[in-house]
Structure formats: structure tokens, C-alpha cells
Ligand binder design. Structure first.
Ligand code: PDD
Length: 275
């Protein structure tokens, strides 16, 4: 198998050669932010948006980042990939402690890590489970602290599901690793952005394209009862694109993966970004 290409603190190397300290705060505290940047035909999709979000995530946690350098390294990883389609994972960590300490020193040197993988963007319909959102109150920051997501997604996996749809105080938030959309009549609904939702790049690209095509997109507060009235529902992310939800195992619903509204949205998105 071909070696995975990676970069660690500015040095490009095979992933297997990278050594990290166990006192990296990524390791002890998940004190890191990250991006997943997809590329198609060797060109990053929404590159500037990903760089901007990485900058914002770092700023929210007061992690020093040389954003130009990070952007450069992401570009170089894409160029180094033998495949034209794939994604870059890029992580920025506060640094390495001298000894584990919740309180960090302001003189830590930021640690950066990235790798590139070939990937084919051909998502299959997904079975999901609805569950309570048990995550922290700042899910708008793209942090590597994802235990709430991981616990829920892995419980759902035991019921044959690959994703979850989360709700907090009966209000729908998002999925474990993607944003949620659903259609009711000719309305396309998606939970409005808040501290409880990651501002997904795919979400915002899709909304923009749908509005350009005069489709009715309404960002609002929605409940499970609203979702149960949907004729189609789908998830969006940088690696899934638009993935139809085939079934919500613990919610009465009547979702059609071939619903014309969903197919139209997918068509609009795929024509713009994957052709
Ligand atoms: N996940 N919500 C959550 C919790 C996510 O983890 C993701 C992406 C999204 C969609 O964001 P975007 O469209 O910018 O990819 C929404 C990535 C792909 C991951 O963690 O692998």
C-alpha cells in the first residue's frame, strides 16, 4: 500500500515517520482544532472557506496559528497526492506541555499536523438514529474534542446506523459528523446556526446554490415532529457531499431517497462541485 503523505510541524514526510510527544495537548486534552478539506480534480472545494473557519476555530480557543503557513501546507498536501480526488485532514494543537496541566503556558509553540488521502465521493444512502445531543455548548468550534459525537454514533452503529440526528431540548441540532436538511412540501428545512451546530461549509455552499436556483430554504428551529413530516432528509459534509437518509430507525417517518426535491438538490450541488 502506498505510504500516507503527511506534514508535522512544517516537515513533510510519510505518516509512519511522524513522532509526537505524549504531552502534546492534542493527546492529553484534545486541545486542538481541525479541518477536513476535500479536493476534486486536484482542486480544493471551498478552500478559502475552510481556511477562514480554521482561523476562526483557532481564535475561539486562543490558539496561535500562522494561517498563511497552514493554508500553504494544505495546498502542498493536495498537490502531493497521487489521486486527483481526496481530502486533507489538518490539525492545529496548542502545543506540548512540559508536564500535563489544565492551565497552559502562553509560550507554547503551536503544533501542526496534516495528511492527505485519496477519496471517492460516492455516498450511499444512510440509516440513522435520533438521539439526545450530549455534547458541550460550543459545537460551533471545529475542535477535535468529539466524545459526545463518538459515543452517540457508536451506540447507533450497534443498531445498524452510520449516523445520528441529535436534538437538544427537543430542537434538532445536527448529525454526528454532518449537518441536517429535510424537505416538507417544496420547503427545504435546516436547523439555523447557533453555538450548538458546526457551521458546515457544505451546508453553506448548498444553501447558496439552492437559493441561486430559486429554491425555498428555511433556516429555523425544528423539532423531531417536524422531521417526521419530511418526504426526504439528507446529511451534508465535506466527505459525504449530500447523503440521503434512508431511514430513521427510532422515528416514525416516510423518507424517500428518490424524492424529487432531494434529487434536484443533489443534482444542483454535484453539477457545481463534482463535475
Ligand atoms: N465533519 N457537523 C459536524 C459535527 C461535523 O463533524 C461536520 C464535518 C459537519 C459538516 O461540515 P463540513 O460541511 O464543513 O464538512 C457538520 C468532518 C468531515 C469530519 O469530522 O470528518
Amino acid at each position: 500500500m502506498e505510504k500516507i503523505k503527511a506534514v508535522f510541524n512544517g516537515s513533510f514526510d510519510a505518516l509512519e515517520n511522524i513522532k509526537i510527544s505524549p504531552f502534546s495537548r492534542a493527546y492529553t486534552f484534545s486541545d486542538s482544532v481541525y479541518e477536513v478539506v476535500p479536493f476534486f480534480n486536484s482542486k480544493a472545494i471551498a478552500y478559502e472557506d475552510h481556511i477562514e473557519r480554521l482561523k476562526n476555530s483557532s481564535k475561539s480557543l486562543s490558539i496561535d496559528i500562522d494561517i498563511k503557513n497552514a493554508a500553504d501546507e494544505i495546498n502542498k498536501l493536495i498537490k502531493s497526492c497521487n489521486s486527483k480526488n481526496g481530502y486533507v485532514y489538518y490539525q492545529v494543537t496548542r502545543g506540548v506541555d512540559l508536564i500535563r496541566s489544565h492551565l497552559y503556558s502562553n509560550s507554547l509553540e503551536t503544533e501542526t499536523f496534516g495528511y492527505v488521502l485519496p477519496f471517492s465521493f460516492n455516498t450511499q444512502p444512510i440509516k440513522v438514529m435520533a438521539c439526545k445531543d450530549q455534547r458541550w455548548g460550543r459545537c460551533d468550534i471545529k475542535s477535535t474534542s468529539l466524545l459526545g459525537n463518538i459515543m452517540s454514533m457508536n451506540s447507533a452503529q450497534k443498531e445498524g446506523c452510520k449516523e445520528v440526528i441529535m436534538h437538544r431540548d427537543n430542537i434538532l441540532t445536527e448529525a454526528g459528523a454532518s449537518n441536517l436538511f429535510f424537505s416538507v412540501g417544496n420547503k427545504i428545512c435546516t436547523p439555523a446556526l447557533s453555538n450548538n451546530i458546526l457551521p458546515g461549509i457544505t451546508r453553506s455552499l448548498l444553501i447558496k446554490e439552492l437559493k441561486k436556483s430559486y429554491m425555498m430554504v428555511i433556516e429555523d428551529e425544528y423539532t423531531l415532529a417536524d422531521l417526521s413530516k419530511a418526504s426526504s432528509a439528507w446529511l451534508t459534509s465535506s466527505t459525504k457531499g449530500l447523503a440521503a437518509i434512508s431511514e430513521i430507525v427510532n422515528l416514525d417517518s416516510n423518507l424517500n431517497i428518490n424524492d424529487p426535491i432531494f434529487l434536484k438538490c443533489k443534482d444542483i450541488f454535484d453539477n457545481k462541485f463534482f463535475s
